[in-house]
Design a protein around this ligand. Structure first.
Ligand code: HEM
Length: 356
């Protein structure tokens, strides 16, 4: 098919997906995403870098995301979790007085904004205390405002190399200036929106499924009853296997990244066929649709964490579940994203009941 003017192969065969993401990764190392670090420096992040530049940066950043480092950072995240509890407590009190709702998505985004600020930059962003703090405002703006109208945007996305030659910029200058002044060459925006959306979807499903909410809270309470002062720790989180399943099911049903993209860097003959994917074509892997395929997940709209019982997971094709992608170009922040979502969820679920 064509995406705008870009030739694209939509791949739905799980074995071929494994071939593209893992076995024949050398053909499909890049995403063909727009990047122009010279003129538009924030677009030069790991997600959109290509070739040797990507390899070098991934190599440089990988040590930041090891289990040891994440364990070390989890104490900071737990601290931010306390502030999340305070902010929620305040919001609930206000909503009682004013008979209004609590906007949970915004609260979760303020939490993950503060987490990234504290962990990545050592900055106190204060967005939990002040919803309009600059860090949060800029984070929101990154997703909401565009430099160009939709048609120009589509042209850039599908003609990434030409757009770069033309020295095109994608992001508004004030956003770039703000974040560039805080950080260079660090992974950024991928770190908060993904996790906070996941937290919100999870709380939404738990509000709809009271039995699951009750069970996950019971498990949380039982694990925390044996930690010092009832404090959340990295090791305690590892024991919360049901929470892990609830999170996994959330990421299945609400795949934050709905599809994976790769670009063929040379002609690729699909094994066992005469079909050739031409150099420069895109590969599109429809994660959302795989996660909602009734042949793989019966009653896909049903929220059912038992789909992630260890036996059930073993019985499925490894490519049937791709919320973080797979292969050498998978999500580098997988462990960190899960830890911050879990700490945020535990900080809320142990003190509040959610209802729709
Ligand atoms: C629930 C949370 C998250 C989800 C669902 C998620 C999902 C994804 C997905 C699907 C990809 C593309 C993988 C592929 O193409 O195979 C990706 C890439 C990436 N993610 Fe995440 N992510 C999450 C959290 C994070 C966090 C917390 C960070 C950083 C702190 C992060 C940083 C990145 C980066 C830098 C890439 C590009 C990696 C590369 O190209 O080498 N993500 N993420």
């Amino acid at each position: 098919m064509f995406m705008f003017v870009k030739r694209t192969a939509l791949i739905i065969d799980l074995d071929l997906i494994k071939q593209v993401l893992i076995k024949d990764f050398n053909y499909f190392q890049d995403r063909g995403a727009f990047n122009n670090p010279r003129d538009d420096p924030l677009t030069g992040h790991l997600f959109s870098l290509e070739g040797d530049e990507w390899r070098a940066m991934r190599h440089k950043l990988t040590p930041v995301f090891t289990s040891g480092k994440i364990k070390h950072m989890s104490g900071v995240v737990v601290e931010v979790g306390h502030r999340l509890f305070d902010a929620m407590d305040k919001a609930v009190t206000v909503s009682r007085v004013e008979d209004g709702d609590v906007e949970i998505k915004d609260l979760c985004a303020r939490f993950t904004t503060d987490v990234i600020g504290s962990c990545a930059f050592g900055l106190e962003c204060n967005s939990l205390q002040d919803p309009n703090a600059e860090f949060r405002a800029m984070g929101r703006k990154h997703f909401e405002s565009r430099r160009h109208p939709q048609i120009v945007h589509s042209f850039i996305m599908t003609n990434a190399k030409l757009a770069k030659k033309l020295r095109v910029k994608m992001l508004p200058d004030d956003i770039t200036d703000f974040f560039m002044s805080a950080v260079r060459n660090t992974v950024f925006v991928a770190g908060f929106e993904t996790s906070s959306s996941t937290m919100s979807f999870c709380l939404y499903e738990l509000a709809l499924n009271q039995d699951i909410q009750q069970r996950v809270r019971q498990k949380i309470d039982s694990v925390l009853s044996s930690t010092e002062g009832g404090e959340i720790t990295y090791d305690a989180l590892a024991e919360m296997t049901y929470l892990e399943q609830v999170l996994a099911e959330t990421l299945r049903k609400y795949s934050i990244v709905s599809h994976l993209v790769r670009e063929a860097n040379r002609d690729y003959k699909v094994p066992g066929t005469d079909i050739v994917i031409d150099k420069g074509s895109n590969i599109l892997i429809p994660v959302y649709n795989i996660h909602h395929d009734p042949d793989i997940y019966s009653q896909p709209e049903k929220f059912d964490p038992s789909r992630f019982d260890p036996e059930a997971v073993k019985s499925r094709h490894p490519m049937a579940y791709l919320p973080f992608g797979d292969g050498p170009r998978n999500c580098i922040g997988l462990r960190f994203g899960k830890i911050q979502a879990k700490i945020g969820l535990v900080s809320l679920l142990r003190h509040f009941k959610f209802a729709a």
